[in-house]
Design a protein around this ligand. Structure first.
Ligand code: FMN
Length: 220
């Protein structure tokens, strides 16, 4: 199965596919947190109405949080910040990933080892908790897709913050995989907040497409 996954992913990359497919998602449940017990009701209530009801304590500010290893997600985050007037917040691993670390074709690379052993995916961040967190009532959270799920450096951000009263909107970039369950898994890990479905963009996505999506959310 592991080899098959790698082969399928290699084909996606080799063909440079950009369509939004389910791709090679795995059945991994990567994130476990103390907040999990509260998660089911948060998942069920994840719609715009409950978001409006809950999002009353903030000051209407938007934070665009992202992790990006090779800048594709960073670019999309920048477009979202421009479209919303929000503030950008980059998540920085205490031990950043080198290009060798990211070599998923090398079974001995850091990222491959972390993929193979879930216990290694608790990536420490320099900045898991944004300043003035309580001021934001809309939080975008962006990440690359790694093996069909959210790149795990975002996990510590999600489990370190209370999303109560906030509308949370996942977004991701990938070569070919769709957003899949990545946003739902993060929502379950967070256990709080009103999470929208989110969106996947291709690596190198143009600004116009991202802006159109932001406008379609009718956040104002
Ligand atoms: C370790 C690793 C695993 C990846 N797994 C997938 C995958 O399962 N499906 C996919 O379409 N792309 C996959 N990609 C490609 C990235 O999702 C894509 O290049 C993304 O835009 C990178 O975002 P970034 O530049 O913000 O880091 C993977 C890349 C890496 C480094």
């Amino acid at each position: 199965m592991e080899k098959l996954t790698t082969i399928i992913f290699s084909i996606f990359i080799a063909l440079g596919m950009t369509s939004c497919t389910a791709g090679n998602q795995t059945d991994e449940r990567t994130i476990t947190t103390p907040a999990e017990q509260q998660s089911s009701s948060a998942a069920e209530n994840s719609n715009e109405t409950s978001a409006e009801n809950e999002a009353s304590s903030g000051e209407g500010k938007t934070l665009v949080v992202y992790y990006s290893a090779t800048n594709n997600t960073e670019a999309v985050a920048g477009y979202i910040a421009s479209a919303t007037g929000g503030e950008l917040y980059e998540l920085v691993p205490t031990e950043p990933y080198t290009s060798d670390d990211l070599d998923w074709t090398d079974r001995d690379s850091r990222v491959s080892k972390e993929h193979d052993d879930e216990s290694l995916r608790n990536v420490e961040l320099e900045n898991p908790v944004p300043d003035n967190w309580e001021d934001y009532d809309t939080v975008f959270i962006g990440y690359p897709i790694w093996w069909g799920i959210a790149a795990w450096p975002v996990n510590n951000f999600v489990t370190s913050n209370d999303f109560t009263g906030k509308t949370v909107i996942p977004f991701c970039t990938s070569s070919s995989s769709g957003i899949g369950e990545s946003g739902t898994l993060l929502e379950e890990a967070a256990g709080t907040g009103s999470w929208l479905d989110g969106e996947r963009f291709r690596s190198g996505q143009d600004e116009e497409t991202v802006t159109e999506w932001v406008n379609s959310l009718n956040l104002n």
